[in-house]
Design a protein around this ligand. Structure first.
Ligand code: CTP
Length: 401
């Protein structure tokens, strides 16, 4: 329920993609936001206001002069209540009207009157999108601080393929979270997060890797974004969808991760190494596929990979993970010392519902002073926020607040 205290004004306009706004309204409502839907008259031709009313549990505004009782006094009440205004889908028409400052319907009035950040997700025919008028209007809105998300490429209502599709609802949601997080406790901070399990090639088809899913690292990156941080996610292969609103660098080997981290920590405030990094790699990578041999066994010689946390130097705050199957706290403390960390998150990978691949995690957080905090079994997203609480605390202490 991370959007619990937030009011999202969702403007829906007359596009064939209007039905997708229902899914967006539903996801926002489920995340705890108060969703106030304003529909243009054209939008009501594509989808019924009742759909949004039932999804959001709130009255839906469709006409300028027939407002729900709650908003009848002041026609800009929604503009004031909004933490963010999202127009999805946004037609060429609404984009033009807003760029020109026209106020002849409730959505335009709200946009004109609000001080909240505004996100627009255009959806239209490719020729309308590429038309210079639309491009000029979008450029104008961007210059005024609007966030434009999309459009995406794909099949359009005309049957043609091109730019003009409403972007995926998850992309709009990610953008909303990012925009809402701008005033969060990590605003202005740069955080580098690593995730996933690195892969060390044996030959062109095989590799050595581990079972890391990337879930903990992705949860940390998203939680940091939602709290206002500028995030760089350096991800070893993971099946998770690419997170929105951050720089994502995809890497394969430990060596590649090392290089990417080195580059990303330049100017970073914190490095969080949630990746499961291979400690060894094949000494020789075969150029051709290793064939089955007569002998019943095959020996691979391995060599140590660089320890990224140890080798990447800088003033940034350093957070490591310790995946352990025994002596959890003692081993984690040793790693904290050896790797000169500010925090270590100790993870008993043998405990039920915890660690690799799971959606939940049970961890112990240990700081440099040796203070130990044992967390209960929580969703990885919740664990991420608890870790970031500590990161914020250490940052505040360092800056003398
Ligand atoms: N790590 C790293 N570079 C490596 C190996 C690990 O930066 N080559 C980081 C991990 O991302 C993690 C921390 O170091 O944040 C501890 O990783 P872990 O695998 O638990 O420990 P190791 O140092 O590899 O020690 P061991 O395998 O003996 O437990």
């Amino acid at each position: 329920m991370e959007m619990k205290d937030k009011t999202v004004v969702l403007g829906v306009t007359g596009s064939i993609a209007a039905y997708k706004a229902a899914e967006l309204a539903s996801q926002l409502t489920q995340a705890g936001a108060k969703v106030e839907v304003i529909m243009t008259e054209a939008a009501t031709e594509f989808i019924a206001p009742l759909t949004f009313r039932n999804i959001t549990g709130r009255p839906v505004v469709t006409k300028m002069f027939e407002l729900a009782a709650e908003y009848s006094v002041e026609h800009v009440a929604l503009a004031e209540a909004a933490d963010v205004v999202v127009i999805a889908p946004a037609t060429a028409n609404i984009i033009a009207k807003i760029a020109a400052g026209i106020a002849d319907d409730m959505l335009c009035c709200t946009v004109l009157a609000t001080k909240a950040p505004i996100i627009m997700a255009p959806a239209m025919d490719v020729r309308m999108y590429e038309n210079q008028a639309t491009q000029d209007n979008l450029a104008k809105l961007k210059a005024r601080g609007f966030t434009i998300v999309g459009p995406g490429y794909g099949r359009l209502a005309s049957g043609k393929r091109g730019l003009g599709r409403l972007v995926d609802v998850n992309e709009i949601l990610g953008t909303i979270r990012q925009v809402l997080g701008r005033s969060g406790d990590l605003a202005g901070k740069r955080i580098v997060v690593t995730a996933g399990g690195t892969q060390e090639p044996v030959d062109p088809v095989r590799c050595l890797t581990n079972r890391s899913s990337g879930k903990m690292g992705y949860a940390l990156a998203e939680a940091a974004r939602d709290r206002g941080a500028q995030v760089a996610l350096i991800s070893a292969p993971s099946a998770l969808p690419k997170p929105i609103g951050m720089d994502v660098v995809n890497v394969g080997t430990t060596q590649e991760m090392h290089q990417a981290v080195k580059k990303a920590v330049n100017k970073a405030d914190a490095l969080i190494m949630a990746a499961a990094v291979a400690d060894y790699r094949p000494k020789k990578v075969s150029k051709s596929k290793i064939k089955r041999q007569r002998a019943s066994s095959l020996t691979l010689e391995l060599e140590r990979t660089p320890d990224i946390l140890v080798e990447v130097k800088g003033k940034f705050l350093r957070v490591g993970f310790a995946a352990e199957s025994e002596d959890l706290v003692a081993n984690a403390k040793e790693k904290l010392q050896k790797k000169q960390l500010d925090l270590i998150i100790a993870n008993d990978i043998t405990s039920k519902g915890s660690g690799i691949g799971a959606d939940t995690n049970q961890v112990v957080i240990i700081d440099r002073a040796g203070k130990i905090e044992e967390l209960p079994l929580l969703l990885k997203k919740e664990v991420a926020d608890r870790i970031l609480d500590k990161v914020v605390g250490i940052m505040a202490k360092r800056s003398g607040r």
